[in-house]
Design a protein around this ligand. Sequence first.
Ligand SMILES: Nc1ccn([C@H]2C[C@H](O)[C@@H](COP(=O)(O)OP(=O)(O)OP(=O)(O)O)O2)c(=O)n1
Length: 142
Amino acid sequence: MEVEGGIEKKAAAMAAAAEGVGRKEAAAAGDADVGLKELSRKLNDFAKERDWEQYHSPRNLLLAMIAEVGELSELFMWKGEVRKGLADWDEAEKEHLGEELADVLLYLVRLSDICGVDLGDAATRKIVKNAVKYPAPSKEGA
Ligand SMILES: Nc1ccn([C@H]2C[C@H](O)[C@@H](COP(=O)(O)OP(=O)(O)OP(=O)(O)O)O2)c(=O)n1
């Protein structure tokens, strides 16, 4: 479910938490189930407000996304195998991971938007296509 105004609430709560207040609100904001279209709208506003639309070409956004994938990779570099759930990582590392994953997602969403691709729709269609290409084995007795 998409929560209307979820990002504003979350951003305000995070800013408040950064100043040492509103920790309860910050924790609650983490529950917001944000949709791709809301992210896309917010990224559009973010670029417009800064007059950055001129820089957000498909090629620039693709390169920016790849750079963020590089930053994401650095977190896993030289660590050996990383266990699911990241039990050995401290909270600061996990927070950093969240930021890098977010950067990749945000550039991907922005790139899709600038290219006129509905990412949610494309992803849903691709899941259906994958299921046809790789059918699940039928269960015994079903
Ligand atoms: N022209 C730009 C520059 C930044 N951003 C947004 C999208 C990303 O979520 C984030 C990336 O910001 P930085 O380039 O400052 O990268 P990092 O946040 O990774 O900082 P650093 O590289 O210093 O770790 O900001 C954007 O939309 N358009």
